[in-house]
Design a protein around this ligand. Structure first.
Ligand code: G4P
Length: 541
């Protein structure tokens, strides 16, 4: 061994132990909720507590405050939705917290699914007045499917809402998870005074600040004094907490990690009540990054050389940055900017000179990153969602499944003279996973079929084709609403059936048979009982 080799070997051993020790202090999570439950407000409040921002409103900026950072595209702004996802990293209590943003709208649930592939824990945010809403349930199903532990936060307790015990019943009945509240509200929804800390039996009294813009002061009050000062509200909280205990609703780490129980916290994001408890709970209970299984199920230990997978591609985020970012989650080793990594899908080298951390409009160069961290690789045009990257020791992580599309439209360039731009745009949108692209010889490449889980994806595609690729398009909706995967032989047979069309998905060459509806599919199945017609991953699985 030469001196240079020896030095390299010592260096890489140090890097490996650093990867493990840094992983232990990471918490990588996402907030899942129905739109309007308060996800943006909670993100603000978390950032405020972590002192990333001085005043709530700086990131997502509601009416009258600074413009939102998370809403990149004009369309997002106009519709008040956030389509793009990004990651917010901050230090808290000696740990590094990575909060991955997820789009709230159901039409972008595929994007959310990809983000959930990159987290170790999810926070399910409920509106106290509404309980479990459709999108919360859908996202919760994804978490269960992927084995992601879920923490629950009941938000908006400052407003009249359901009874706390009623909410617990709803969680149990509808998710199958046993709720194990860590705190219990003192004061009914609408009269939020603070929470009972079930671990210590103390009262945590919250005090409002003007507009909830700064951290709400919190006072820890012994039970005896709380009984005197809060009277009936305190007694009710204690009684209910004892009832929960009698029913066994007490936190246990193994059942939480095993997806059997969900710890519950009560709060008000807008008043910053309960936010510190959430951060502390994440640090204490959420699992740090662990070894990830590769495509064959073999775990990649944290201390192996660098590896990561792409969970999100984002392009054309705003006119000032017309570039393309591939967000990767680090799975093992240390990411060092400038290192040449290998792209597992092609075996080609990939330079990582431009690596950034992105949250909304804020971009910062990242020099080092550890397991659990998110790195935005700039102009990573060769990368697709699900791709793996590694150094030295090859690894391929499992692909992120694409959802079953339910909406289909033929896409044509308005100006046929701009066909080159049209091709480039369609290819780009397909690589990013904005829409799925289907083709057939019959339709030709000038008129591909775009497939989407939600129709708003079409709007994004249309908007970006015109704005970013200077190739305005016309979309003509097709009648199909279901897709099944078939093979070449059956593809030819099915394509001859009326109300059925077989197209090839350009991303993976899969043949998809499209049907106008359930009854059409049922008839084809009846006429061809042996036909290969595999369901695709449903949006809710
Ligand atoms: P989202 O990202 O999940 O879609 O929700 P967002 O944070 O935008 O919150 C939706 C609405 O709920 C906002 O009201 C927000 O202020 C309010 N909200 C969030 N957390 C709480 C809470 O703890 N208590 C109460 N009472 N309200 C809360 P808005 O009217 O749409 O906007 P704004 O003008 O109030 O900011």
């Amino acid at each position: 061994m030469t001196i240079a080799d020896a030095e390299r070997s010592v260096g890489s051993n140090t890097a490996r132990s650093t990867a493990t020790s840094e992983a232990v202090r990471r918490r990588t999570f996402a907030v899942i909720s129905h739109p309007d439950a308060g996800k943006s407000t909670l993100t603000e409040a978390l950032a405020l507590h972590a002192r990333v921002i001085q005043e709530a409103g700086a990131i997502h900026g509601k009416a009258g405050r600074k413009s939102t950072v998370s809403d990149w595209m004009d369309m997002e702004k106009a519709r008040g939705i956030s389509i793009s996802s990004a990651a917010l990293q901050f230090g808290y209590g000696g740990c590094v917290v990575n909060l991955l943003d997820t789009p709230g709208h159901a039409d972008f649930s595929e994007d959310t699914y990809r983000v959930l592939a990159a987290v170790d824990c999810a926070v399910m945010l409920l509106d106290a007045a509404k309980g479990l809403e459709p999108q919360t349930m859908k996202l919760f199903d994804v978490c269960r499917h992927r084995g992601i532990p879920v923490l629950t936060v009941v938000n908006k307790w400052d407003r009249p809402g359901l009874e706390a015990l009623e909410l617990m019943d709803e969680i149990r009945e509808r998710t199958g998870l046993e709720p194990t509240p860590l705190t219990w509200p003192v004061g009914i929804a609408g009269d939020f005074r603070g929470v009972l800390d079930r671990a210590t039996g103390e009262f945590l009294r919250f005090t409002r600040t003007a507009g909830g813009a700064t951290i709400a002061p919190e006072e820890r009050v012994p039970a005896a004094r709380a009984a005197v000062e809060e009277g009936e509200a305190w007694r009710t909280a204690v009684e209910e907490s004892e009832l929960l205990e009698a029913m066994g609703q007490v936190h246990e780490q193994s059942t939480f990690l095993g997806g059997i129980t969900t710890p519950v916290l009560f709060g008000s994001a807008v008043l910053n009540f309960g936010v510190r408890q959430l951060l502390d709970t994440l640090l204490e209970l959420a699992p740090p990054p662990g070894p990830r299984p590769d495509v064959e199920g073999t775990l990649r230990p944290l201390d192996r050389p660098f590896s990561a997978f792409v969970f999100k591609i984002q392009a054309g985020m705003d006119s000032a940055h017309r570039d393309r970012l591939a967000y990767v989650r680090v799975c093992s080793g240390v990411f060092e900017r400038g290192t040449v990594v290998t792209h597992s899908a092609t075996g080609r080298p990939f330079a990582t000179k431009y690596a950034q951390q992105v949250f909304g409009r804020e971009r910062e160069t990242i020099d080092l990153a550890y397991p659990g961290d998110v790195v935005g690789l700039v102009n990573a045009s060769a990368l697709r969602v699900g791709d793996s990257l590694y150094v030295d020791e090859p690894v391929t992580f499992p692909p992120i499944p694409s959802f079953a599309p339910e909406h289909f439209a033929v896409c044509r360039a308005v100006d046929s003279g701009r066909y080159k731009q049209f091709r480039r745009g369609i290819e780009q949108l397909e690589q990013e996973g904005t829409v799925q692209v289907l083709r057939s010889d019959l339709r030709g490449d000038q008129a591909p079929v775009l497939a989407a889980v939600g129709p708003m994806q079409f709007e994004v595609a249309e908007h970006r084709m015109a704005g970013e690729f200077s190739a305005p398009v016309r979309l003509d909706r097709l009648d199909y609403s279901m897709a099944r995967r078939t093979d070449r032989d059956w593809g030819k047979v099915l394509d001859r059936e009326s109300g059925v069309e077989v197209l090839e998905r350009t991303s993976d060459g899969a043949l998809l048979a499209l049907f106008a509806g359930n009854w059409r599919l049922a008839r084809v199945q009846r006429d061809h009982p042996d036909a290969v017609l595999e369901p695709l991953v449903a949006a809710s699985s």
